[in-house]
Structures are given as C-alpha cells and as structure tokens.
Design a protein around this ligand. Structure first.
Ligand SMILES: NC(=O)c1ccc[n+]([C@@H]2O[C@H](COP(=O)([O-])OP(=O)(O)OC[C@H]3O[C@@H](n4cnc5c(N)ncnc54)[C@H](O)[C@@H]3O)[C@@H](O)[C@H]2O)c1
Length: 247
C-alpha cells in the first residue's frame, strides 16, 4: 500500500512496485490522479486497487482499513505529505494542525493499523521523511520540519519495538526531487518570493550532484527497502538527496 500515490514520488513508487509484480492498494485524496495511475499500470499484471482517502481524517483512515479487512497489505509506504511555506510568526493553530495531521498523525495511524493487523505476521513499513528534518535549509517551513522530525522518531521507536514481531521499518529522507509539489514551490520562486528563492539558491549551491533528483530515484530505493534485498536494514534513515546531507 502506497499513500500519496496519485503524483510525484508516490506515483513513481507505484510504477516500480507494479513492475516488480506487487499487487497494490494506492491511496490518495486525488482520485482522478489515482485513476490515471491505475490506467497506466494496466500494462503490468499486478492487481491495482485505488482508494480515495483524506489521510488527515481519522474516520477515513478507519474506513480504509475496514475495507481492507482480511487482505491487509504486507508492505506499507507512508508517503503522502504537504510542505506549505508560512512565515513562522504567522503560523497559527489551524495551520500547524493541518501539517501535523497530514504528515505525522496520518503516518502514526497507518503504522498503528499495519502493526495491529499484522502483529503475528510482520511486514515492511517505509516512511518518507525529509532532509529538512536533519538540516532545516528552507525558511518558513517549520511546522513541516517538526512533522518530519516526528516521523523519524516514530520510525526509530517502532523499529526498536516491533522488529521482534517480524516488522522491518525504515525511513527515506528525500531532498530536491522534482515533483508536482516541488514544481509548485518553484513557481513561488519564479514570482520572486524571497523565502523560497533564498532556499533554492542555498540548496543548489550546497548540492554535490549539482542536479535535482527524479521521483524514480526515490522509488528504486523504496523497492529495495520493500524487498528481501534489504533484509538486515532496519530502523535506518536513508537519504536520497544527491549528497546534500553529506556536504
Ligand atoms: N519532492 C521532494 O523533494 C521531497 C523532499 C523531501 C521530502 N519529500 C516528501 O516526499 C513525499 C512526497 O512528496 P512529493 O514531492 O511527491 O509531493 P507531491 O505534492 O508531488 O505529492 C503528494 C501526494 O500526496 C497526496 N496527499 C496530500 N495530502 C493528502 C491527504 N491529506 N490525504 C491523502 N493524500 C494526500 C497529494 O494528493 C499528492 O498526490 C512527501 O511526504 C514529502 O514531504 C519530498
């Protein structure tokens, strides 16, 4: 099961996983996008089910797992996320809640369901964090940074606690990947919004590979983490960032 799989990194993961023969439950609030992905994946033999879910709404997450009852996935990728910029001094409760609910609380709820439902069978969980949680390079992205730092803590704590139950749990930290989400941020830069512009310049200057990444470059690592090729990788933070965190 891959969340946020209508576009961007999640969509690329859906491609790679389907190509590798996995049956998929694709989850997103963008049902139109999911429909397109499903159509494009029809060339593979995998069975693809799509689910319209707003992951920030607990009742919708509950309904999803109710629907999956008896056929719970053995691999869960918590990828859905938002990264809205807002002047820190103007961040209010509603804004903070929205970012935390989508990026952190939904990942927690999904992990909770996955572990509860598969406690005796185990499985693989891959969370998607961000380099921002390690080095907060972007200005005015503080609620996001907090949410993704929380997802790292969630990943490590669950790995410690549930490895013995047969779960393998890791987190990928992407950075600088070109997706519809980051393209929307780039548009802000084009309008000379100072925060994103400064971030873009600083980011590019520090980036050892000197290019943006493609969603598939994250998807390929997710596929390895989902498979037994990574059978002894557990509780790990894996940057896919063109070397950004190393520089
Ligand atoms: N692109 C990058 O460079 C980058 C860097 C660091 C981390 N990330 C993380 O990777 C993940 C994917 O990023 P992306 O760039 O592909 O994003 P994107 O904005 O291109 O796509 C995100 C997807 O998540 C879905 N989504 C958002 N809120 C949802 C909700 N409440 N319920 C269900 N679905 C929801 C959207 O509809 C969309 O399909 C995010 O968690 C993001 O924080 C991305």
């Amino acid at each position: 099961m891959i969340t946020g799989s209508a576009v961007g990194i999640g969509r690329a993961m859906a491609y790679r996983f389907a190509e590798a023969g996995a049956d998929l439950d694709l989850v997103d609030m963008n049902i139109k996008g999911l429909g397109l992905v499903k159509k494009e994946l029809s060339r593979f033999e995998s069975e693809i089910d799509i689910h319209k879910v707003d992951l920030s709404r607990e009742e919708e997450v509950d309904a999803l797992w109710e629907e999956l009852s008896g056929k719970e996935p053995d691999i869960l990728v918590n990828n859905a996320g938002i990264y809205p910029f807002k002047n820190f001094l103007k961040v209010d409760d509603a804004f903070l809640k929205k970012v935390i609910d989508i990026n952190l609380r939904s990942a927690l709820l999904m992990c909770q369901y996955m572990i509860r439902k598969r406690l005796k069978r185990g499985g693989v969980i891959i969370n998607i964090g961000s380099i921002e949680a390690i080095v907060p390079i972007a200005e005015d992205l503080i609620p996001y940074d907090i949410s993704k730092t929380g997802v790292i803590a969630l990943t490590k704590a669950l790995a410690k606690q549930y490895g013995r139950n047969g779960f393998r749990i890791n987190i990928i930290l992407p950075g600088g990947i070109t997706t519809p989400g980051t393209k929307a941020v780039a548009k802000e830069v084009a309008r000379f919004k100072m925060g994103p512009l400064k971030t873009g310049i600083e980011f590019a200057m520090r980036l050892p590979l000197r290019r943006g990444g493609q969603p598939d470059e994250v998807a390929r690592i997710a596929l390895v983490l989902a498979s037994d090729l990574s059978s002894y990788v557990h509780g790990a933070l894996i940057p896919v960032d063109g070397g950004f965190l190393s520089a």
